[in-house]
Design a binder for this molecule. Structure first.
Ligand code: DGL
Length: 353
């Protein structure tokens, strides 16, 4: 009889604590992928030359006990890599896992800890492939976890607080570091070292995190998440698309190499408004004639690469990248090529997402 009573007591306390957890705060999953936020340095003053992707997700969570004041958090180590090593395969796996978790009623939001080098690219890929309005927030750090004034813990706290906020729902994938909230489509890493590196240089931040509360001032106008036509659930690979960077005296060698490799598409990061030098234009024209899709973008970092501006896209049958950076134009072109090779349809996508 005593054993039975003990069992019932234990069971009721577990159920009660679960009910208190569930009723009291949102449930946020933290998916860890590596990067500096999980990095360790030789000393507390090492802010470059450290090792990324060393600390596991449980230790990241333990380092910020305040997380439990804003959400019930659970951690999952999806990868443990420096983000320069992110690949299309990592993106497909991560997006499928995010969609699987967000389909669960007991998951209210997701935070993804990530290296800062390619964080903006992963964020944009998820912005186009996550099929939920629940908050998805990417976060990283510019100082390793072992450094004096490491920015990881406060960035992680803010990211979980943002992912716990109903006000963050339906805004697309968000990026939160340095007390700012930026849109996945527009944010980029602007500095190799400083904690204020993530900025939306063209259009500005969406808002700020103030003592763990989001304050929004605007939203992104382009389609994302549940309004996106892209579905990667049955894909196990993405079309090959690469970027060629332009500069004075650029040759056609790289373009010819990507054509030779059988790539389906190419993004040209042109000077100015996506200008094409004579040898580059000749190479891209030949590439198009062989069936490769060509997207003109700009290396400048802000502004629109306008259709029929520096090149006659109608005549060349090229696509203009609008104001997407070359690295994000590559992502949209890869996903666009999973649906069509028609350049008019692809141009529509570049004006929509
Ligand atoms: N190796 C870089 C990365 O994982 C470190 C930069 C960082 O995470 O801040 O993106």
């Amino acid at each position: 009889m005593m054993i039975q009573t003990l069992r019932l007591t234990v069971l009721s306390s577990v159920l009660l604590s679960a009910a208190v957890m569930a009723a009291d705060k949102p449930n946020v999953m933290i998916l860890a992928t590596g990067g500096t936020i999980a990095g360790t340095g030789a000393t507390s003053t090492t802010t470059v030359g450290y090792t990324a992707a060393k600390v596991g997700v449980e230790r990241l969570i333990e380092a910020v006990p305040e997380l439990k004041n804003v959400a019930n958090v659970k951690g999952e180590q999806v990868f443990q890599i420096a983000s320069e090593n992110m690949t299309n395969d990592h993106w497909l796996k991560l997006s499928k896992r995010v969609n699987e978790l967000l389909a669960q009623r007991d998951v209210d939001g997701i935070v993804i800890t990530h290296g800062t080098d390619t964080l903006e690219e992963t964020a944009y890929f998820l912005n186009l492939t996550v099929k939920s309005k629940k908050p998805v927030v990417l976060v990283g750090a510019m100082r390793p976890s072992t450094a004096i004034s490491a920015d990881g813990p406060i960035n992680l706290y803010n990211a979980v607080a943002l992912a716990s906020s109903k006000d963050a729902a339906g805004r697309g994938v968000l990026v939160s570091l340095n007390d700012q909230i930026n849109a996945a489509r527009e944010v980029t890493k602007t500095n190799t070292m400083t904690t204020d590196t993530f900025r939306s240089t063209d259009l500005g931040a969406l808002g700020y995190m103030v003592s763990g509360k989001p304050v929004f001032y605007r939203g992104t106008a382009r389609k994302h998440t549940t309004d996106s036509e892209f579905d990667i659930s049955k894909l196990d690979k993405l079309p090959a698309v690469n970027v060629v960077y332009s500069y004075a005296n650029a040759t056609r060698t790289a373009i010819d190499a990507f054509v030779g490799a059988g790539d389906e598409g190419i993004v040209h990061a042109g000077t100015g408004n996506g200008s094409l030098s004579t040898p580059v234009k000749a190479a891209l024209t030949e590439a198009r004639k062989k069936g490769m899709i060509v997207v003109r973008s700009s290396r400048t970092g802000t502004g629109i690469t306008a259709r029929n501006g520096e090149a006659n896209d109608d005549e060349l049958d090229f696509v203009a990248a609008d104001n997407l950076s070359p690295q994000k134009a590559r992502i949209l072109l890869m996903l666009g090529l999973t649906k069509t090779h028609d350049t008019k349809a692809l141009q529509r996508m570049f004006m929509m997402y």
